[in-house]
Design a protein around this ligand. Structure first.
Ligand code: ADP
Ligand code: MG
Length: 226
């Protein structure tokens, strides 16, 4: 059970066309993430980390190769099956948070449960908001939150539905050290209770060290960190 593959990227490529030029941001990338595994991705700005997470979430289409989630090749799924799979199985913490401006913090956090028609989870919700220190902010609109507060709301939203795969794009980038430690402990807790896997982009060496594997994205592919 614990060796079940959650995410598999095979010969993954993503090419962008910018004017006359094409750039192969990802090329021949291989990655396999098992249930309960934590994988840290590091790499220079612009090397393709966010591109990789978007592909892993089925929010972008590969130019080459494939991405499978829980054994299903995402390219074989048409909408709305893809949206359904993503909404239920993935918790994505975007680099720029992507909160819905017209919803309160609480409504943002509850959104995955509504979309998935999952029951309200008051105990899980209060445990999450307490750990993240956002209990007093739940009625605020995103515009009235600081960057770090938005990031914590986005983290609660990504975890509320107990996803199989947590995709986190620099999830502690806007947080102080103490709060960052709490977030990393929270990931561990969710992985323990939901048997999830974590794929986390981070520049934080401490955070990377807590993961079973540390990989560097360079020249379009992943290699073990030195
Ligand atoms: N939609 C797009 N169109 C053209 N170029 C893009 C697009 N998205 C990303 N890129 C380019 O791909 C490269 C990798 O971007 P990104 O994945 O955001 O890097 P990172 O997250 O590692 O900083 C950058 O050079 C970026 O400009
Ligand atoms: Mg990025």
């Amino acid at each position: 059970m614990s060796s079940e593959t959650i995410l598999q990227a095979t010969n993954l490529g993503r090419r962008f066309r910018v004017g006359q030029e094409t750039i192969d941001v990802l090329a021949g990338l291989e990655l396999s993430v098992a249930r309960c595994e934590r994988v840290a991705i590091m790499g220079a700005s612009g090397c393709g980390k966010t591109t990789l997470l978007h592909l892993a979430a089925g929010m972008d289409t590969p130019s080459n190769g494939s991405v499978s989630l829980l054994g299903t090749d995402l390219a074989q799924l048409a909408e709305p099956a893809l949206t359904r799979l993503r909404a239920r199985r993935i918790g994505l913490i975007f680099q720029d948070f992507n909160l819905i401006d017209s919803l309160t913090a609480l409504e943002n956090i509850r959104l995955p449960l509504w979309l998935n028609r999952q029951p309200e989870a008051p105990d899980r919700l209060s445990a999450l908001v307490e750990t993240l220190g956002i209990s007093a902010l739940l009625d605020r609109m995103p515009a009235a939150l600081s960057g770090g507060e938005k990031q914590r709301v986005a983290i609660a939203r990504a975890l509320i539905h107990q996803p199989d795969l947590i995709l986190a794009d620099e999830p502690t980038g806007s947080l102080d050290e103490t709060t960052a430690d709490r977030v990393l402990a929270l990931f561990d807790q969710v992985i323990g209770s939901s048997q999830s896997a974590l794929l986390m982009v981070t520049h934080n060496r401490e955070a990377a060290r807590l993961c079973e594997r540390q990989l560097i994205l360079r020249n379009g592919a992943l290699q073990p960190a030195a």
